[in-house]
Ligand binder design. Structure first.
Ligand code: ATP
Ligand code: MG
Length: 517
């Protein structure tokens, strides 16, 4: 008997060593359960742990009982007290008898071992025997002496599980944040680098991590002080205050985005800087919107003011009561007033169209359109406005009708031809023509004007965009024409693009779907 007890103790010692090194809760519980069952020669057992926040017991490990039968052990788990000093499971034996009879298992003896940590009950270990030999007082003592260590090991594993679950959540939040996030050490080397930031910078996380942040987030044209700058020698925060910097970020393909970076310090208990969290937000769209707002104001004020002041000037001159104008002067004055009102009207219509397009309220009235006739009409209306340019129409005789909105397409021709005139101040040929294939018709307007520098060509279809040149300053325009053309062509399901060579000329092409024939 003595040697049996000794063996028990030795065995216990071995298990407690194994237990302390195990943090994975399920495997720890299995180890505990099989060990205690062996020590007291139990054939089956359960470990039930309290689940927060309800405090109900839930079976977390079993031994010698088919898993499918585990729910049937619920009566054993009911009425479990919260506090250790209230621990008692009344009628344990009766409950077991009930369960055993219901599931037809020969479980006759039961002992329950509470797991207590700091006055709280973490859970219970139940052990069962099938024979008629009840658990002895010695069994109970051996288990009781072991219970505290089991409780500590369980508690540690639970805490570890909780901490790693929280870490996983945090990692997921950082990784999936729509903003760029990185965590830097006090020497500003990158420790954590999320996906959004990889996309913004073009740096894969595995390459960015470990590098000084100025290599990865080198901002240009900064306003404010960036911590990611090669020249920076010491990192200094004003208490908890974050540092905010705005700047431009060159991306791998050569494009640029505007970003705002917020650097927040994180201190340890002694007040030393332990981490810097950098939050990077793409503010390109915001900047564009800001720029557009200010362009809008300047365009509108400039473009609207010119005709208004001309109209006002002529009208007030003609209206002077002390002067008598000859009919020639009056006609000239009225002519200017008439033309400038037209311009005002056109500009206002363009502005309205542009805002309609942006609001998504742009509807086409489709029908068969004879593009050749439309081109001829528009060319005729321009022919009288210029004697420097000569127009050539170049369509094949069987050019098909297209399916479209005639008035909108007239606007496209008007804008393209007015550009061809405006941006070829020296005159030359303006050719309007097209060709077709089975599915679509392609139309072009070609001039021999100043052309467009290659780097500007992609931007012209944005609204309010005008190429900065001396001609731009001397010609009028809101930078809306090509934007409207693009919107109209795309609403038809077509495409618009241009080819241009500075000094030689520009050709704008667009496609339209062919109507039923
Ligand atoms: P708006 O058409 O609103 O009166 P705009 O002519 O300046 O003003 P767009 O028609 O959108 O605006 O053209 C945008 C810019 O593209 C122009 O300012 C000009 O710099 C350039 N551009 C357009 N067409 C030509 C062309 N045929 N040749 C050279 N530059 C052109
Ligand atoms: Mg134009």
């Amino acid at each position: 008997m003595i040697s049996y007890q000794l063996r028990q103790r030795e065995y216990l010692l071995q298990i407690s060593r194994a237990m302390t090194s195990r943090l994975d809760l399920p495997s720890l519980l299995r180890l505990i359960l099989t060990s205690v069952a062996e020590i007291v020669r139990a054939e089956a057992g359960l470990i039930a742990l309290r689940r927060e926040p309800t405090g109900n017991l839930v079976i977390r490990a079993s031994y010698g009982v088919p898993v499918s039968l585990l729910p049937r052990f619920a009566p054993l788990l009911a009425d479990f007290p919260l506090r250790a000093d209230e621990y008692a499971i009344p009628d344990l034996q009766t409950r077991l008898n009930l369960v055993a009879r219901a599931i037809l298992l020969p479980l006759h003896q039961v002992i329950a071992l509470p797991l207590t940590f700091e006055e709280r009950l973490l859970g219970v270990i139940y052990l069962f025997r099938s024979g008629s030999i009840a658990f002895s007082a010695n069994d109970e003592n051996v288990l009781a002496s072991f219970a505290d260590q089991v409780a500590i090991a369980v508690r540690n594993a639970q805490l570890y599980q909780q901490v790693s679950a929280e870490k996983q959540q945090l990692d997921a939040i950082i990784e999936h944040s729509a903003d760029g996030v990185m965590i830097l050490d006090p020497d500003l080397r990158i420790l954590v680098f999320n996906r959004a930031l990889s996309q913004m910078t073009g740096w894969p996380a595995e390459q960015a991590i470990g590098r000084p942040c100025y290599q990865v987030l080198a901002l240009e044209k900064t306003s404010g002080r960036s911590l990611c700058s090669a020249e920076l020698v010491d990192v200094h925060f004003d208490g908890e205050e974050p540092l905010v910097v705005e700047g431009e970020l060159a991306r791998p393909g050569g494009s640029r985005i505007a970003v705002s970076v917020t650097f927040s310090p994180l201190y340890d208990e002694e007040g030393r800087l332990s981490y810097v969290i950098a939050n990077v937000v793409d503010i390109t769209r915001f900047r564009e919107a800001e720029e557009m707002k200010s362009t809008f104001v300047s365009v509108v004020s400039h473009e609207l003011k010119t005709p208004v002041s001309l109209i006002k000037g002529y009208a007030s001159t003609l209206a002077r009561e002390d002067a008598h104008w000859d009919s020639e002067t009056v006609r000239e004055g009225l002519h200017v007033i008439n033309e400038e009102s037209d311009r005002l009207n056109a500009l206002i219509n363009n502005l309205l169209d542009a805002s309609r397009i942006q609001a998504g309220g742009f509807r086409l009235e489709r029908g068969d359109v004879n593009v050749v006739r439309l081109a001829e009409q528009v060319v005729e209306s321009f022919r009288i406005q210029t004697d420097r340019h000569h127009f050539v129409l170049d369509f094949p005789a069987d050019f098909p009708a297209v399916l479209g909105d005639e008035e909108r397409l007239r606007q496209v021709f008007n804008n393209l031809i007015s550009n061809a005139i405006k941006y070829a101040p020296g005159g030359g040929e303006i050719r309007v023509g097209g060709w077709d294939d089975d599915k679509s018709a392609t139309v072009y307007v070609a001039d021999q004007g100043i052309g467009i520098p290659p780097e500007e060509q992609g931007k012209l279809f944005q609204h309010f965009y005008r190429v900065d040149s001396s001609l731009r300053r001397s010609t009028q325009g809101a930078g809306l024409g090509l934007y409207l053309c693009k919107s109209i062509v795309e609403a038809h399901g077509g495409r618009i693009w241009l080819r241009s060579e500075p000094g030689k000329g520009t050709t704008v092409f667009f496609t339209l779907p062919i109507g039923d024939q």
